[in-house]
Design a binder for this molecule. Structure first.
Ligand SMILES: [Cu+2]
Length: 189
């Protein structure tokens, strides 16, 4: 029995890349700070959500949108000061949905249309990227405007084109001063 528990703990161990983001996140259900040793994760619409326990995952599944709105996820992983997010476009959705980032972050989206040609448009960020089928496109920007923005398909792709939408959520910088290193912004010259 102990062995099984140990194995479960091992399997759900937090990948290092997520640790930095997690330290700033709270369980979307209880609002508690996450303990990397006991946190569990759940994949939903291309995002990984972290919870303090399995019971909270069950709660989340009952009404994901409620919890996502209250506490948006952070998508992808931060590498060398850039949040890199792999995005998929297909009839008729974008994944992950929402694309969650923090205000001020440098963002690199690696977007692939997996079925037919689509487009990736976010008006407020002047992004309008054509996505030929099967070819990864890179979109880079700094998430300087906080808010919830609509991601729209900008290339006619079929009957559901008009409703092919997703969300980009840029979380405002917290007022608290406990933000860890801004190592991505190098003003040392
Ligand atoms: Cu479309």
């Amino acid at each position: 029995m102990k062995k099984i528990i140990m194995m479960i703990l091992f399997l759900t161990a937090v990948p290092l890349a997520f640790a930095a983001d997690m330290a700033m996140q709270k369980c979307p259900v209880t609002g508690e700070k996450l303990d990397p040793k006991t946190a569990v994760n759940y994949e939903y619409k291309g995002n990984t959500y972290w919870f303090c326990c399995a019971d909270c995952v069950g709660q989340f599944k009952k009404d994901p949108d409620k919890y996502i709105t209250a506490m948006p996820p952070l998508s992808g992983t931060v590498k060398n000061g850039v949040r890199e997010i792999t995005v998929t476009a297909k009839k008729y959705e974008f994944l992950p949905d929402p694309i969650g980032v923090k205000q001020g972050e440098k963002i690199r989206l690696k977007i692939t249309a997996t079925d037919t040609a689509h487009g990736f448009g976010v008006k407020e960020y002047n992004i309008n990227q054509d996505l030929p089928a099967g070819k990864e496109q890179i979109v880079e920007f700094t998430a300087d405007k906080a808010g919830t923005f609509t991601v729209k398909c900008t290339v006619f792709c079929g009957l559901g084109h008009g409703s092919m939408k997703g969300k980009l959520i840029v979380m405002p910088l917290q007022e608290k001063m406990s933000m860890p290193e801004h190592s991505g912004m190098d003003h040392s010259h």
